[in-house]
Design a binder for this molecule. Sequence first.
Ligand SMILES: Cc1ncc(COP(=O)(O)O)c(C=O)c1O
Length: 247
Amino acid sequence: MNYYDRSLDALMHAYGRYNVTFDHGDGIHLYDVDQKEYIDFFSGIGVNSFGYNYPAYVEAMEKQLHRLMHISNYFNTVETIEAAECVKKATKLDKVFFTNSGAESTEGALKLARKYYYQKHGKADSEIISLNHSFHGRTTGSVKLTGNAHYQEAFGPLIEGVKYANINDLESVKALISEKTAAIIVEPVQGEGGVYVCTKEFLTGLRILCDEKDIALIQKSNQIDFTKYADAIIKKRGQIKWEKDVS
Ligand SMILES: Cc1ncc(COP(=O)(O)O)c(C=O)c1O
């Protein structure tokens, strides 16, 4: 059996994989098991920003493998603290919570927003506003926030209290706001079924709306440069600066 047939035999058919098996990479290039060279425009779906075999990354990983890997969340490591400080500096965020995946980030943000609402209202009946055509992951919580019935239909009943507005249509968001709204979740650039970019006016409008209503604005930026949109999401009303072009 070739690798493709072996993969069909051994791996669950959750993803439609291509018939190519990679061996290694270097810079922007990937090499398959027959050493055929490819230019990698995929980049692990936009997340391998260093390219392959990047010397500083390889060196840091090698060094770390000899020292410590997982030690649980009950203890600190110097590297975790330093990484969090780097993220804080780049994003201007107050605090950092590391997760293993985009779906887990979505879940964490969802729980944080709901807990804030719960502490404020003493009730666990919050609502979340998401956008149509969004994508937030494949866990049962994040799939509900994903504004696409196709991803949801087989997995019900899913979490309750999620409503869907339209990108760049602030009025459609406002129409869904209620006393129960705990958060609005938005990708500054939607990448599911096309590329749809939030306008400056829309993101600014969301920021102002969330400040006014004291609700969380959750920004999902899995495959885009977070820092590019940080001003729109983090800064408070009246202080939004658009240092970089987002439109
Ligand atoms: C915006 C967004 N959120 C969440 C996810 C899910 O990420 P993961 O596959 O790491 O769980 C993705 C992945 O494509 C994404 O693009």
